[in-house]
Design a protein around this ligand. Structure first.
Ligand SMILES: [Zn+2]
Ligand SMILES: [Zn+2]
Length: 346
C-alpha cells in the first residue's frame, strides 16, 4: 500500500509499505477513506517530537471503513464507517478511568508517532473498541475528519481548560486550524468577546467570518495594547495559546486578567520564559493538556444537529498520490491560504 513515511527531520516520502495486520485481539484494521495533515505533523518534521522515529507512517486523523477486527472487539464489524480518534485508549487503565485517555498506559497519542499512522491506505488501530467511533448514516465524512483531533483539541485544551463561560472575555493567539477550532467551540458558551490574534490577514478574515468579535494583526498592531483597550484595561478571562512558540505563550501571560486562565494548546519544541515576577500575585492559572478526545461523542452530536460546521475549515483537497503537494500547500499556509487540507485516499 502507499503511505507517507517520516525519514527524520525535514524528510518524508510517499513509499510502498506492507499492509498492516491485526497484532492483538483488541485491534482493528481500517481502510482509510480520508485523512488530513496536522500542524503536529509539521512539528514532527521539524524534529520537535523525538518519540516519532524515522520509518514511521505519519498521520493521526482520518475516517474509513473497518476492514478487519480482532476477536475481542465488540460493537464494531467489518464494513462499519468509522471516525478514527487521534488518541488510542484502552478504557480500563487508571488514566482511562479518569477520562484522561491521552495518558492511557498502553495508548494515548501513539498513531503517527509511536506506531504507524493514518496517512496511508490502511491503518492498524489498537484498542479499536474505545478508539473508533461509528459514524451515523448521512453525515459528511469530510467534515468528520476535523473531529479526529482539531475540534476536540481546540475545545478540550482551549475552551474547557480555559473555563470559558457565558460573558467571558477570550483571546485566542493563533488563527490556524486549532485556534479556529477553539473559536468555533468557544461559542457554545456565549462569551462576550473573542479576540483573535495572528499575523496572517487572511486567517484573521476567516476568524471574523467564524465569529470573532475582534481581530488583531500582530504584524502591525500591538496585541497587548489592543486587548487591554478592548477589555477596559483588565485583560481577558481566558487566553488560549494556539501556536506553540515561546513568544505567543509569553504574550498570553501578558493578556490574562487577574483570576484568569492561560490555556496552552500549542505543541512546544523549545523552552519559554514564565514571568513569575509579574504573575505571582495575579491569581492566574496556566493549564497544559494533550487532548483526551472525551468530547468526541458530544461533538459528533453537534455536527449531526447542524450546530457545528467543521467543513468550514477545509480549504484544499488532494489525492494520496499527491500527498507531498498537500504537505507543501499546508506548510506554506501564508501563501496558499490553507487551513485544513483533506487527503482523499479511496
Ligand atoms: Zn493533529
Ligand atoms: Zn487506558
Amino acid at each position: 500500500m502507499k503511505a507517507i513515511v517520516y525519514h527524520g527531520p525535514g524528510n518524508k516520502s510517499l513509499d510502498d509499505r506492507p499492509m498492516p495486520e491485526l497484532k492483538a485481539p483488541t485491534d482493528a484494521v481500517v481502510k482509510v477513506t480520508r485523512t488530513t495533515i496536522c500542524g503536529t505533523d509539521l512539528h514532527i518534521l521539524k524534529g520537535d517530537v523525538p518519540t516519532c522515529e524515522p520509518g514511521r507512517i505519519l498521520g493521526h486523523e482520518g475516517v474509513g471503513i473497518v476492514d478487519s477486527v480482532g476477536s475481542a472487539v465488540q460493537g464494531l464489524t467489518v464494513g462499519d464507517h468509522v471516525l478514527i480518534s487521534c488518541i488510542s485508549s484502552c478504557g480500563q487503565c487508571d488514566y482511562c478511568r479518569r477520562g484522561m485517555y491521552s495518558h492511557c498506559a498502553t495508548g494515548g497519542w501513539i498513531l503517527g508517532n509511536r506506531i504507524d499512522g493514518t496517512q496511508a491506505e490502511y491503518v492498524r488501530i489498537p484498542h479499536a473498541q474505545t478508539s473508533l467511533y461509528r459514524i451515523p448514516p448521512g453525515l459528511d465524512e469530510e467534515a468528520l475528519v476535523m473531529l479526529s483531533d482539531i475540534l476536540p483539541t481546540g475545545f478540550e485544551c482551549g475552551v474547557l481548560n480555559g473555563k470559558v463561560q457565558p460573558g467571558s472575555t477570550v483571546a485566542i493567539v493563533g488563527a490556524g486550524p486549532i485556534g479556529l477550532a477553539s473559536l468555533l467551540t468557544a461559542q457554545f458558551y456565549s462569551p462576550s468577546q473573542i479576540v483573535m490574534i495572528d499575523r496572517d490577514p487572511n486567517r484573521l478574515e476567516v476568524a471574523r467570518q467564524f465569529g470573532a468579535t475582534a481581530c488583531v494583526d500582530a504584524g502591525g498592531q500591538d496585541p497587548e495594547a489592543e486587548v487591554m483597550r478592548l477589555t477596559d484595561g483588565v485583560g481577558v478571562d481566558c487566553a488560549i495559546e494556539a501556536v506553540g512558540v515561546p513568544a505567543t505563550f509569553e504574550l498570553c501571560t501578558s493578556l490574562v486578567a487577574p483570576g484568569g486562565i492561560v490555556a496552552n494548546v500549542g505543541v512546544h519544541g523549545v523552552k519559554a520564559d514564565l514571568h513569575l515576577e509579574k504573575l505571582w500575585d495575579r491569581n492566574v492559572a496556566i493549564t497544559t493538556r494533550l487532548v483526551d478526545t472525551v468530547s468526541t461523542p458530544m461533538l459528533l452530536k453537534t455536527v449531526r444537529a447542524g450546530r457545528l460546521h467543521p467543513e468550514q475549515l477545509i480549504t484544499h483537497r488532494f489525492s494520496l498520490s499527491n500527498a507531498l503537494d498537500a504537505y507543501d500547500t499546508f506548510s506554506r499556509a501564508a501563501d496558499t491560504h490553507a487551513l485544513k487540507v483533506v487527503i482523499e485516499v479511496s
